[in-house]
Design a binder for this molecule. Sequence first.
Ligand code: HEC
Length: 407
Amino acid sequence: MKRHRFWLFTTMLVAVAAPLAAQELPEGPGKDLVSTVCTSCHEARRFTNNGYSPEDWPNVVAMMQNVGAPIPPERVAELTAYLIKNFPERPKPAAVVIPGPVKVTFKSWPVPTPGSRPHDPLATPDGLIWYSGQAANKLGRVDPKSGKIDEFTIKTPTSGPHGLVDDKDGNIWFGANWAGYVGKFDPKTGSFTEFKMPDPKARDPHTPLFDKNGILWFTLQTANMLGRLDPRTGDVKLVTMPVPKSQPYGLVLNSKGVPFFDLFGSNRLASVDPTTFEIHEYALPNPDTRPRRLAITSDDVLWYTDYSRGFLGRYDPKTGQAKEYASPSGKRTFPYGITALDDVLWYVEGGSKPNLLVRFDPKTEKFQSWAIPTGGGVVRNMMATRDGKGLVIAESGVNRIGLVEIQ
Ligand code: HEC
């Protein structure tokens, strides 16, 4: 188990980080396990700050077993009961449903491996839905017509598959976020190919995207880099962001093939010149903004989910003009996965209960929203189906893949 990586996640995600000493944990059967096992990769604050519902704790425990937490099988029930009793879910903002003219229906499928943490979905042109089972080290494929699900175990253990993208030959590419490579899966042969990074500091390939020339661009969040991979030669180029800890995250291409991405560790967006590799940065108006994911409309305007402030943001890199819209359920709702479909924005509030699917029409500047029936469990990413009639969503904390059909 590569512990240092997990330290990176936690130092990154836990803002106030004094470790909770073992003696501060409440007494009771299971305490010994929690104080030893659950603090060996990350701090206890990872779960003492927020907690989970009794329905969601077993999934978290399964997820931790998948990533290598050594819990004796005969003590899983005891440990889970301790966590349920002592770390209940903190109240979350209620999802605010805004009525409107659009009708949608939700479908979803539980993925076969418990605790998979389905992180990103990928809708392919054949109508299937792929997903990265991050904690289970699997790629999965759902046939929404039959409900049949296939899972494929990734060659290298604990690869931590993250963002997904397909190429024109039907291969599925993924950022191996925990093992530091870009992976390619060929569904026809079942074989995996790994593209290594030329620099060991490039440890966490995150979100991949192909441009029109077949070049794969990808962000590397904690490595603070952007990458470019040529699949024909395997050649990888990396560029480090000018400002430390910028955290390149969501990635889109504009109509001219220029990659734009957001810097989640800051209140800035950025672009890269595809030939000179020069980075341009664009500051967003509020210093507290943390743009997590990015979408782009056909006018090359960028739309970002402001994770820290609970806003949907619009930024036009041509004029430098920004505009922000407060998300329906308020500040602490952690807007996350976002996509544009026919120049309308769709995104999810991952911090409201249940998660809220939000539609925003830039023409009317009006919101419409729906509570996700399964709760959503933090929808980390979404995309439109290739026929443009729906959205695929990965419901990470409830171990499901969802399809939203738009009528
Ligand atoms: C082998 C290392 C390891 C051990 C041991 C471990 N964890 Fe984790 N934990 C992880 C990793 C990796 C993640 C995901 C990090 C990320 O992507 O941000 C994680 C994330 C979490 C999260 C956040 C889940 C989410 O979906 O965001 C919680 C809660 C958590 N761990 C609780 C626990 C508890 C409780 C235990 C003890 C049963 C435990 N962990 C033991 C590695 C570990």
